[in-house]
Design a protein around this ligand. Structure first.
Ligand SMILES: Cc1cc2nc3c(=O)[nH]c(=O)nc-3n(C[C@H](O)[C@H](O)[C@H](O)COP(=O)(O)OP(=O)(O)OC[C@H]3O[C@@H](n4cnc5c(N)ncnc54)[C@H](O)[C@@H]3O)c2cc1C
Length: 392
């Protein structure tokens, strides 16, 4: 059996983070599970406090302005933030994707310009990879970038860009060599959202929120110095960015919190005229969820321990993302069954159960198995790279 105990120093850090969250996040201001980053002011105020403590990206190396904490402490921190539903706004993209990618592939000038701004919470980023006709087959993307003097001129569109309406900058995958094989003609650019010709259109999903956007580019000029790494090698950088995106203990931590809330609520609830927690089917469902959420947590811990050894988890990150997002869906379906007709009452209805969590959770767990690569794509990655199965 692996031993997942933390060191006394790590436990002390966990207590420090929990103490901070208790002081800074009054219980009634904690966001419920379905809320988006739409309360930008509250998210900005909270993340500014984290930035002042150096906590926005605690594991970033000191040479880039971080605290240089261990990956394990970073994971403890991430777990606490997700469990307490801390309003982190759009910081996830700069901290989790852009910064780590620039540390591997960026020029010294790019690191100087962008890493400090992320740590000081001055700039929020978004991820412009997917296009209307390129999602799973991302390498087929068509947004063109053509060199003109000292600039690239960009035309095309990106879609499903989470939080772009709150961001100032975006990472963009663009086609710079249409003649080359599709993986070999892509470049990775850093763009300002307020550039002339750049338009962001929020998209409302079935829950009524607008978590993502479509972005349109008409002759948008991006300075050539904003290209990351080598021209036409952007695909390989994007693969690293996606490995970072699929890792993370936050999904499991947030599910654990929700399960605790549901169990606490069911103590006073009746199903088919009997106390809910005496109903064998409800008990079996909750027990199964407890097992699966713990497994999701251990897989995320394994990914963090690989990162702590300096490795970039690949199929392991896919396992973590796939399993946790699918447990989330099973959890949401279970709530619809347990709460039956009551599960349909949305948050705006004063009679809603758990503040309207069941229907919102049900709707928002659908996209979670698509975002950052669908479950089928994660299974393909695990099959080929984890099991060594042939590509088909
Ligand atoms: C909530 C949310 C947030 C998102 N945020 C961002 C973001 O910030 N930035 C960004 O760039 N993108 C973002 N995306 C886009 C996301 O990455 C894509 O939706 C995803 O990669 C799937 O692409 P697609 O929607 O084009 O579906 P398609 O690729 O058209 O897939 C349709 C179906 O076919 C299946 N399929 C496709 N190819 C295969 C295959 N080879 N084998 C087996 N099955 C296959 C898929 O699994 C899926 O079920 C977000 C998506 C969601 C839902």
């Amino acid at each position: 059996m692996p031993d997942f105990r933390f060191t006394p120093d790590e436990e002390a850090f966990r207590d420090e983070v929990a103490g901070f969250l208790r002081a800074e996040l009054p219980a009634d201001s904690q966001r419920s599970v379905y809320e988006e980053v739409s309360d930008v002011d509250a998210s900005k105020a909270f993340t500014d406090k984290l930035a002042r403590r150096g906590w926005l990206a605690p594991a970033w190396p000191t040479e880039y302005g971080g605290l240089g904490l261990s990956h394990m402490k970073q994971m403890i921190y991430n777990e606490a933030m997700a469990y307490h539903r801390a309003p982190l706004g759009q910081t996830w993209c700069g901290v989790g994707l852009v910064g780590p990618t620039l540390m591997v592939y960026g020029s010294e000038e790019q690191k100087q310009e962008h890493l400090g701004a992320i740590l000081r919470n001055e700039v929020w980023w978004a991820q412009g990879f997917s296009e209307p006709n390129s999602g799973s087959d991302l390498a087929s993307l068509q947004t063109r970038a053509v060199i003109d003097g000292d600039d690239f001129v960009v035309n095309g569109s990106k879609i499903w860009t989470s939080g772009a309406q709150y961001a100032q900058k975006v990472i963009l995958l663009t086609r710079t060599d249409p003649e080359a094989p599709k993986h070999k003609g892509i470049s990775f650019l850093l763009a300002d959202i307020d550039s002339p010709g750049f338009r962001v259109q929020p998209l409302v999903d079935m829950s009524g929120h607008a978590p993502f956007n479509q972005m349109f580019f008409e002759d948008v000029r991006i300075p050539r110095r904003n290209m990351v790494g080598e021209m036409n090698r952007g695909w390989y950088m994007a693969a690293t960015t996606l490995d970072f995106e699929r890792s993370g203990v936050d999904r499991a931590a947030s599910l654990r919190r929700s399960l605790e809330e549901v169990v606490a609520h069911l103590h006073g609830h009746r199903v088919h005229g009997r106390p809910a927690l005496e109903d064998w089917q409800t008990r079996a469902t909750l027990t199964q969820l407890k097992i699966e959420i713990d497994v999701a947590r251990w897989i995320a811990y394994q990914v963090a321990s690989l990162q702590a050894q300096g490795k970039i988890p690949n199929y392991e990150a896919s396992m973590s993302k796939l399993f946790a997002s699918e447990v989330g869906q099973r959890f949401a379906r279970a709530l619809m069954e347990i709460y039956d007709l009551q599960a349909q009452l949305r948050p705006e209805d004063p009679r809603a159960t758990l503040g309207g969590l069941p229907p919102m959770f049900y709707m928002t767990t659908v996209p979670s198995t698509i975002a950052a690569g669908s479950s089928e794509i994660q299974r393909n990655i695990i099959a080929t790279r984890g099991l060594g199965l042939p590509r088909i």
